[in-house]
Design a protein around this ligand. Structure first.
Ligand code: FAD
Length: 442
């Protein structure tokens, strides 16, 4: 056994998102010491971030302390730290604070927004991936509304009230619908000065269909519904440049906009390593059917960081895939601990749901496509059930009642995003934690 502090096998998991957390919980009681590492002390329920961004729910309602979720798992420890580097050969990872050795490693570091080389997109486009991103979008939208009320120039006022969303996947559609609900409802009551000048919401999609992971007819329904509600939907429209004042389209048209939200590109993210590992599209790490890296059978990768083939097609990158893979990795690790070989992973697709807004959604379950209020209610139900924490669920319910029944936006606040601690402060707080976490320096 390679770690010096104990005789037990050590499994290190990087990332306490959907996949990593599920794997850690499924390893509860295993005959191994499990160390879960994340740069944040909380787990983020990413599917509800768009509701934070559109002032529907509090940021604290969609995050949950990792340590609380690990209560009752004495063999699983948590370390809040950034992992910078992995040495697959020596089986050591380098964190903010120390070097940690492992016998088995799980990469569950998720994805990141990519701006696909579009000039100005990284600087002026607002991504949505973390709680800080969601707060930044909310702050930005409210600031634009405040600026618009004090603006005397008609054209500039219209620009400040133009919200452009790049990317017609589920996140882009959800944001467009939620923004529309906000601008149609609470905005008019809060800003009577702006009532006669309606906000423009523009959704740009490079392909010929919204929600490209769902059947074409659902994409068509979504575009029709959004257009009917008042969203300007442009398909087969590529962005060439983003600037401080708007968006230049590849067809040569310029859209003056005060806000550009970027949901178009997702790529994998993982710590650096000296040794090269095979990667595929979006920079995802290639794994075999048992979810092990092709080069290192003691290293697994799951979720948005992994390129997992099923029926010769890659998985698309949604939470249920990461959750199910987390369970399978835990099973495989238990098998490896007993000297048995790991088993292949088979993803069971329970279906997909997407919310459009204004009491409408779309769904595709067991080959059956459906739309309207049923899909909308199912989406709310599924996300309510899966959100971790009783308190969070209760508060979510209250926010939804206020938002959907009274057309209000309860969290219209411009507040700073979460304040990260300085490295010095972090080292002090973690120094007392390290012996407990089973973390050793080598
Ligand atoms: C805006 C948005 C909305 C979405 N909506 C839905 C939806 O409605 N339904 C759905 O099924 N899917 C949705 N998805 C996709 C879903 O969120 C992902 O597929 C899922 O989160 C992947 O889980 P994961 O465990 O791979 O990564 P994540 O959940 O992203 O977790 C990765 C974790 O790793 C940590 N980490 C990363 N690098 C390091 C490092 N170097 N050191 C320490 N920690 C690190 C991060 O802090 C994070 O906690 C959405 C995605 C986005 C961006």
């Amino acid at each position: 056994m390679s770690n010096s502090s104990s005789q037990r096998t050590r499994i290190v998991i990087i990332g306490a998102g959907f996949g990593g957390l599920q794997a850690a919980q499924s390893l509860s009681g295993a005959d191994a010491e499990v160390l879960l590492i994340d740069r944040h002390a909380h787990h983020t329920f990413i599917p509800l971030l768009y509701q934070v961004a559109t002032a529907q729910v509090e940021p604290t309602q969609v995050v949950y302390p990792v340590r609380t979720l690990l209560r009752g798992s004495p063999n699983v420890r948590f370390l809040m730290s950034e992992v910078h580097r992995v040495d697959f050969h020596s089986q050591i990872i380098e964190t903010d604070h120390s070097l940690v050795s492992y016998d088995y490693l799980l990469l569950a570091t998720g994805g990141k927004t990519t701006f696909q080389g579009v000039a100005g997109a990284a600087r002026y486009g607002l991504p949505l991936r973390s709680i800080d991103d969601a707060i930044a979008i909310r702050n930005h939208i409210i600031t634009r509304l405040e600026q618009a009320t004090g603006e005397g120039n008609f054209q500039e006022r219209q620009r400040l009230l133009t919200f452009t969303i790049v990317g017609g996947g589920a996140t882009g559609v959800e944001l467009a619908g939620a923004l529309l609900e906000w601008m149609r409802g609470a905005m008019g009551r809060d800003y009577p000065e702006l009532r006669h000048l309606p906000a423009r919401i523009i959704l740009l999609q490079s392909g010929d269909q919204l929600l490209p992971d769902l059947p074409k007819k659902l994409g068509k329904y979504t575009a029709k519904k959004l257009r009917r509600l008042g969203v300007e939907v442009y398909l087969q429209t590529k962005v060439e440049r983003v600037s401080e004042t708007g968006i230049m389209l590849s067809e040569g048209r310029f859209i003056e906009a005060g806000t550009v939200i970027w949901t178009a590109g997702q790529g994998a993210t993982y710590p650096q390593s000296r040794e090269a590992v095979a990667t595929a599209s979006k920079g995802k790490v290639c794994v075999n059917s048992s979810l092990q890296l092709l080069e290192y059978p003691n290293v697994y990768a799951i979720g948005d960081v992994a390129y997992i083939l099923q029926n010769r097609k890659p998985l698309i990158g949604v939470a249920p895939e990461a959750l199910q893979a987390g369970v399978q990795v835990a099973k495989n690790l238990r098998r490896q601990l007993q000297g048995k070989s790991p088993k292949p992973f088979r993803y069971f697709n329970k279906g997909r749901l997407a919310i459009i807004g204004c009491y409408t959604g779309v769904g595709y379950i067991a080959g059956v496509a459906f739309t309207g209020v049923v899909a909308w209610l199912m989406w709310l139900g599924v996300h309510f059930v899966y959100l971790p924490g009783f308190r969070n669920r209760l508060l979510l319910l209250l926010s939804w009642v206020q938002g959907y029944l009274f057309a209000d936006r309860p969290v219209r606040l411009i507040l700073p995003a979460t304040q990260p601690m300085t490295k010095g402060e972090l080292s002090i707080s973690l120094a007392s934690e390290q012996p407990d976490s089973g973390n050793d320096s080598v």
